[in-house]
Design a protein around this ligand. Structure first.
Ligand SMILES: [Zn+2]
Ligand SMILES: [Zn+2]
Length: 325
C-alpha cells in the first residue's frame, strides 16, 4: 500500500478518538474533510488535499466556516501552512487537525475576531484593548484628556448566543455615570440575545447577534463624548477639565445629571428649568425629546399646580408687604 493510503487508514482509526470535538466527513485520497465543532458558532471544516510531491511538500489546506470570520480563516490557513513546512517528509493530516483544534481551544476570542479588529480601528493610541485568551476576556482602557474608563469584558463560551459581561470597572466619572454606563451597556448586550417582548408582526424570526462591538462602542462613545458636553440650560461644559474638581456631592446644584435622552444638565439648572413655565412640554434643547428624570417625577399638571401655588403665595406676600408700606 502507498504512503497516502497508510496515512488515511491511520486518520480513520485515530482522528475522532484522539482529537476532541472532531468528525471525519470524508477520508479518501482526493480529499480529507474534517469538522471541528466546539460550539454551534466555533465550527470549522478543514479540507486537505495531497499535492503531487506529498509528503515532501505541504498539504493543501482550505478552512471553511459558516460562522467564523473569513479574515480569521485566512490568517489561520497561513499559520497552518507555515506549521506544515516544519513537517515535510512526515504524515501531516492528523497533525493539521490537532493544530487547528488546539488553536480554537486556546483562543476562545476567535469568535469575535472581526468585532475586535473593528474596535481596534476606532481606538486612539492612548486607548487599549488587550486580549486575554486564557480567560476569554478583554481589558478595555479608554481615555479622554484626564478622564478614564477601564473595565474587563468577558466573552462566554457559547457566544454570541449568550451576551458579553462587564466587570471590574475603574473610572473617575461620578457614580451616577458609572452606574448608568454599566447598566446601559449590559442592556445593549442583553437585547442582542433576547427577543423583544413586543414583537412586530413583520419582524423576521429573532436571531441572537454578537454583543461585544455594540456594547464596547457605546462605552467608548460615552468616554469620548461626555467630557465635552454642555449643560442644556446654562450651556457650560458639565464635566470639569480636572476630574478632581468634578462635583461629587449629589445634592449640589453643580452635580451633573443626565436626562432620559442622554443629554446633560447641572442638577440646579435642571430644577430651575423644570420649575419655570411654560409647562406641559419640557423638551431637551439639543434633541427636542421630552425631558424625563427620576429626580423630577412630578407630572406636568403637578408642576403647574406647584408653580401656581408659589405664585399665589408670592402675591399674598406682596399684598402683606404692600399693606405695611
Ligand atoms: Zn447648567
Ligand atoms: Zn436631549
Amino acid at each position: 500500500m502507498g504512503l497516502i493510503e497508510d496515512e488515511l487508514l491511520e486518520v480513520k482509526k485515530l482522528c475522532e478518538h484522539i482529537v476532541p470535538n472532531t468528525k471525519l466527513i470524508s477520508c479518501v485520497p482526493t480529499m480529507v474533510r474534517t469538522e471541528i465543532k466546539k460550539t454551534n458558532f466555533k465550527n470549522i471544516v478543514i479540507c486537505a488535499q495531497f499535492p503531487k510531491e506529498y509528503p515532501h511538500s505541504p498539504l493543501l489546506i482550505e478552512l471553511k466556516s459558516k460562522t467564523l470570520s473569513d479574515k480569521l480563516l485566512l490568517a489561520l490557513t497561513n499559520v497552518c501552512e507555515r506549521e506544515l513546512k516544519t513537517k515535510l517528509g512526515k504524515p501531516q493530516i492528523l497533525h493539521t487537525i490537532k493544530f487547528v483544534e488546539k488553536f480554537i481551544e486556546e483562543n476562545p476570542l476567535t469568535c469575535c475576531y472581526d468585532e475586535i479588529n473593528n474596535l481596534k480601528k476606532i481606538l486612539t493610541k492612548q486607548d487599549q484593548l488587550k486580549l486575554k485568551q486564557k480567560t476569554s476576556s478583554l481589558i478595555l482602557k479608554v481615555y479622554n484628556e484626564e478622564y478614564y474608563w477601564i473595565c474587563k469584558i468577558t466573552v462566554p463560551n457559547d457566544y454570541p448566543c449568550k451576551p458579553i459581561d462587564i466587570l471590574n470597572v475603574e473610572t473617575n466619572f461620578t457614580p451616577t455615570f458609572h452606574r448608568h454606563m454599566v447598566a446601559q451597556a449590559k442592556e445593549i448586550a442583553r437585547r442582542c440575545v433576547e427577543p423583544p417582548l413586543k414583537k412586530k408582526p413583520k419582524d423576521p424570526p429573532f436571531q441572537p447577534s454578537p454583543s461585544l462591538e455594540k456594547t464596547a462602542l457605546f462605552l467608548i462613545d460615552c468616554i469620548k463624548r461626555l467630557p465635552t458636553e454642555k449643560c442644556q440650560f446654562c450651556k457650560e461644559i458639565c464635566f470639569h477639565k480636572n476630574p478632581k474638581l468634578l462635583e461629587h456631592d449629589e445634592k449640589s446644584p453643580k452635580y451633573v445629571e443626565r436626562v432620559y435622552c442622554g443629554h446633560l444638565f447641572h442638577q440646579g439648572c435642571l430644577l430651575a428649568y423644570m420649575k419655570q413655565p411654560p409647562f406641559g412640554n419640557k423638551t431637551c434643547s439639543k434633541c427636542g425629546n421630552k425631558i424625563h428624570h427620576f429626580k423630577w417625577n412630578l407630572t406636568d399638571k403637578m408642576a403647574e399646580a406647584q408653580w401656581a401655588h408659589e405664585q399665589a403665595r408670592e402675591r399674598e406676600l406682596q399684598e402683606v408687604t404692600d399693606f405695611f408700606k
